[in-house]
Write a protein that binds this ligand. Structure first.
Ligand code: FES
Length: 114
């Protein structure tokens, strides 16, 4: 999978109803830590208002997992970025104005080459 972008290895699908995240699904082709991070991130935002989901940090994901080894912390960053990309997509589709600075560029995974 060489130089695939993280957007290719981690995708988050949101079902949003009345501004609340009713359901979340994920698809992850990264390492075990990336899968655990995606799963935890979906649990953390389910049932939350969109604005609150946008404040989710990779640190919160890692803490909810009782920590990740330092060399795997970036896997939780992928989860945060995937959530934010899905939320940006929602804002764009709904025509809701938002601050682009809230949505980081998605990086490659240097750890596993994904
Ligand atoms: Fe975890 Fe690349 S996604 S090491």
């Amino acid at each position: 999978m060489g130089n695939a972008k993280c957007g290719d290895i981690m995708k988050i699908y949101l079902k949003i109803s009345d501004g609340v995240i009713a359901d979340v699904k994920f698809e992850t082709f990264g390492c075990g830590s990336a899968i655990a991070s995606s799963s935890m991130a979906t649990e953390l935002i389910k049932g939350k208002p969109v604005e609150e989901a946008l404040t989710l940090t990779n640190r919160a994901v890692a803490e909810a997992l009782d920590g990740l080894p330092a060399h795997k912390l970036h896997c939780s960053v992928l989860a945060e970025e995937a959530i934010k990309a899905a939320l940006k997509d929602y804002y764009d589709r709904q025509g809701i104005a938002c601050d682009p600075a809230q949505f980081p560029d998605r990086a490659h995974c240097e750890g596993c080459g994904q």
